[in-house]
Design a binder for this molecule. Sequence first.
Ligand code: PGA
Length: 251
Amino acid sequence: MRRNIIAGNWKMYKTTQEAVQLAESLKKSISLVQDVEVVVCPPSTSLLSVYEVIKDSPIKLGAQNIYPEKEGAYTGEISPAMIKDVGCEFVIIGHSERRKYFHETDELINKKIKLALSIGLTPIVCVGETLEEREKGVAEDTVINQITNGLVGISQEDMLKIIIAYEPVWAIGTGKTATPDVADGMHLVIRTQLSKIYSSVVSDSISILYGGSVKPDNIDILMSQENIDGALVGGAALNSESFSRIVQFKK
Ligand code: PGA
């Protein structure tokens, strides 16, 4: 069964006090939402404080990144067990900002996914093409390669625990949303690739989120598409009113 999931990626915004305020406000407005799983991903400094606010609510906690080792001398890094310890059930892996600014490769992303799964975290694995790749006509190939290489060696059983987020890089933070058709088309490409690598069991049951300038005024049409099961929201997740409206999408 494909689940509807709306996840908010707070990126490097919000001090702990601001994060707690946002979480408190979301907790009030999201308490009655049905048929959708809601996840917030604050910066690591506020994970525990936000967890304390949302732990008795339907809102779940995710981190924005992990380091792909269990523990060790990796100054400045945070392990999967550490984010689980502060209440996270989810972790965003392979976000395009990490691919771009921190040179994350599909190989590294694959390692992170496997380690996250091994300790019971749900990875939200991001894929998506740049504007240059789209203009060159290689958008689909790029995404297919990210899916194929990022998921190497992951069993069907584990694959069923993963969430995919398609985020065209040219649509992130730019105000340019992929048209619902373009987004739906790429979600179908991803589903087809998953059915080739795995089976129709996987392609029919995996949730694929769309991300890139999702706002209250475009969520309904996006969610009405056959292959879109939710959204990974950046800018509009930083405000309680807009994120709550996105969570209460109408198909
Ligand atoms: P945006 O970011 O909604 O601000 O475009 C989405 C994301 O990067 O996950």
